[in-house]
Design a binder for this molecule. Structure first.
Ligand SMILES: C[S@@+](CC[C@H](N)C(=O)[O-])C[C@H]1O[C@@H](n2cnc3c(N)ncnc32)[C@H](O)[C@@H]1O
Length: 211
């Protein structure tokens, strides 16, 4: 294993997850849902705690690994979470309850995010996490940058798409689109971006206040 792979593995093994989070992760895998990685979940929790975020929107609830990580890191957080699968929402709701999260802190919206996002209020969220349909990422980012308040952050796990984005030989549409998106954002004066190599890549896009 190379030194970089060693570091990556060490960072992924480092977090200590709560029994409920472990249960959510295990159930997700049994149901064929890929939860955010352990280091990604820990980083999401850190971002929420360090920014004191109150209002979070999430595209792609799954069974709630990312949601639980953010909800349990700061008691004032409320989460609006969208998924097409009502069964995943049923299971996530039970897991959130196991974690003693008051039901008033979470709003579950069942439906395709592409239909729900245009109806959500702009400038209303401290954080938007995008973890839904990978083929709709560009559309989701555009909506999410409208939904976050100035100073708020859009977080995109899995932006490296299993290594294909970083491989210049990968010319499939998704890799080309993701590279183009990242290049445009890096060049934009409206946002600050950073790319972390946790999990399958985690992109931070922070919307700057207009000057
Ligand atoms: C990778 S999983 C999310 C994992 C979750 N964030 C976690 O960490 O546990 C992707 C989720 O997106 C949902 N999804 C896929 N297409 C969607 C769409 N068009 N609108 C809303 N949700 C969608 C899937 O049902 C699935 O639960």
């Amino acid at each position: 294993m190379s030194q970089i792979e060693n570091n990556w593995k060490f960072a992924e093994d480092y977090p200590v997850e709560s029994p409920v989070l472990e249960k959510a992760r295990k159930l997700s895998i049994e149901m064929g849902v890929d939860p955010v990685s352990r280091a990604t979940a820990a980083h999401l929790a850190s971002v929420v705690a360090m920014t004191g975020s109150h209002s979070i929107a999430e595209i792609g609830t799954g069974l709630g690994v990312s949601g639980l990580s953010m909800l349990t890191s700061f008691p004032a957080v409320t989460l609006t979470t969208i998924d097409v699968e009502s069964e995943y929402h049923r299971l996530a709701r039970a897991l959130f309850s196991d974690a003693n999260i008051a039901h008033t802190r979470v709003r579950f919206i069942n439906g395709p995010a592409e239909n729900v996002l245009p109806r959500m209020n702009e400038n209303s969220y401290d954080i938007v996490l995008i973890d839904g349909d990978p083929d709709r990422l560009l559309e989701y980012v555009e909506h999410s940058l409208r939904l976050v308040r100035p100073g708020g952050t859009v977080l995109v796990p899995r932006i490296l798409a299993e290594g294909s984005v970083a491989n210049p030989a990968s010319r499939d549409q998704l890799s080309v689109d993701y590279r183009m998106l990242m290049a445009e954002l890096a060049d934009s004066e409206a946002v600050v971006t950073s790319l972390l190599p946790v999990g399958d890549g985690l992109l931070h896009i922070t919307r700057l206040a207009e000057r």
